[in-house]
Design a protein around this ligand. Structure first.
Ligand SMILES: [Zn+2]
Length: 317
C-alpha cells in the first residue's frame, strides 16, 4: 500500500517538492474536481480549494494538521472548480484568502462570476445555473477575499517561496506559481490534458493564452504540475507544452476544413461539435460556441475566412 493511500485507487496526496504536497482531486482530478497544493511550512498554505474536502483533510492529518490550522489560501483564478471549497475553508480556519486583483469579481459573487463567464444573457443561463450548483453546491454563496498578490510577487511560506506568475488567456486572472524558482511550476489550467486548452469564457482570449504558454516554454521548467492530472509532468514536459500550444492551430485547421465543407455558420460549427470531442450535456454547447466564435473572429481578422452576415466562407470556393 502506498503511503497515504485511502479508499480511492490512488494516494490522496504526493510530496512533489520538500514540504509541497499535491492534493489530488477525486475522479482523477477531472472537472468539477481539481488538484490543490499544500505547503506545509511556517505559514500553512493551501493553493486552490478545488479538491474534495476529504482529500484535503486526509493530507492535513498525515502531516499532523487539521483544517483549522490553514493560515493562507491562495486562489489561482476565479473558476468554480478552483474556488470551490474556499469559503468553507475560510469559515473553518479564518485563513486569509488571496487572489489576483482581477479575480475579485469572479470569486466574490455568483453574479460576478456569471458575468465573467459571459453567460448571463445566454438562453442556457438558467439550466447552467442549476447544473453548476449540482457540481459545486456552495457556488451561489458569496466568497471572501482578504487580499491580493501581484504578478511576479514572491509569497514566502517560510522555507518555501511561491512566485505568482500571471499567465492569462484561459481567463483574464489565470496565475501559475513557481515553487522556489521556476524549475517547478504549478501550471494550473495550462493543464496538459488531452482535451487541450479551454477558453470558453468572455474573459478568455486565444492569443493571450498562446502567449502565456510560450512564456512558460521560455522558462524551461523541469516539472509542471497540472490542476487536472494526477502526477506532475517531468518527462517530455517541453514536448507536452508544445503539443498543448499546437492544439489551437489544429482546432483552427479543423474549423477551416469544416467551413469549406459547408458548416458555414457559428451554429452549424458548434453543433458538430468542433472542439469538444462530444458534448457531454447540451449546456456545454455554450462553451463550444464561445470557443468556436473566438476562432472565427481571429480567422476573419487574419483574412483566412470571409464573413458575410452570419455566414463564413474560405477564400477558395
Ligand atoms: Zn480554469
Amino acid at each position: 500500500m502506498l503511503v497515504g493511500e485511502s479508499m480511492s485507487e490512488y494516494a490522496h496526496s504526493i510530496e512533489v517538492e520538500p514540504n509541497v504536497h499535491l492534493i489530488r482531486g477525486l475522479n482523477k482530478a477531472r472537472f468539477p474536481e481539481a488538484n490543490s497544493l499544500l505547503i506545509d511550512d511556517e505559514i500553512l498554505t493551501l493553493v486552490d480549494a478545488g479538491s474534495d474536502m476529504g482529500q484535503v483533510s486526509r493530507t492535513l492529518k498525515d502531516l499532523g494538521h487539521k483544517m483549522e490550522d490553514i493560515e493562507r489560501l491562495i486562489l489561482t483564478h476565479f473558476h468554480v472548480d478552483h474556488k470551490h471549497h474556499s469559503e468553507e475553508i475560510h469559515e473553518i480556519s479564518g485563513c486569509e484568502v488571496i487572489c489576483h486583483p482581477l479575480s475579485d469579481q469572479g470569486v466574490e459573487t455568483f453574479a460576478g462570476m456569471a458575468e465573467y463567464y459571459g453567460i448571463t444573457n445566454h438562453p442556457v443561463y438558467e439550466t447552467w445555473k442549476v447544473m453548476v450548483k449540482g457540481w459545486i453546491p456552495p457556488v451561489y454563496s458569496d466568497y471572501t477575499v482578504t487580499g491580493h498578490y501581484k504578478d511576479m510577487e514572491t509569497i514566502s511560506c517560510g522555507e518555501v517561496d511561491l512566485i505568482a506568475i500571471h499567465l492569462p488567456g484561459h481567463t483574464l486572472d489565470h496565475t501559475c506559481f513557481g515553487i522556489n524558482g521556476v524549475e517547478t511550476i504549478f501550471l494550473v489550467d495550462i493543464d496538459l490534458t488531452g482535451f487541450g486548452p479551454w477558453y470558453g469564457n468572455k474573459v478568455s482570449d486565444i492569443r493571450v493564452f498562446q502567449d502565456s504558454i510560450k512564456k512558460v516554454m521560455k522558462l524551461e521548467p523541469k516539472m509542471g504540475i497540472s490542476s487536472h492530472l494526477l502526477d506532475p509532468v517531468t518527462d517530455g514536459l517541453s514536448t507536452r507544452l508544445r503539443a498543448f500550444l499546437n492544439t489551437f492551430d489544429e482546432r483552427e485547421a479543423k474549423i477551416l476544413k469544416n467551413i469549406s465543407e459547408g458548416y458555414d455558420t457559428l451554429e452549424k460549427l458548434t453543433r458538430l461539435p468542433t472542439i469538444y470531442p462530444r458534448i457531454p450535456d447540451e449546456v456545454f454547447l455554450v462553451f463550444e460556441e464561445f470557443m468556436v466564435r473566438k476562432h472565427l473572429e481571429i480567422l476573419v481578422e487574419d483574412a483566412k475566412i470571409i464573413q458575410d452576415g452570419c455566414h463564413y466562407r474560405t477564400e477558395r470556393r
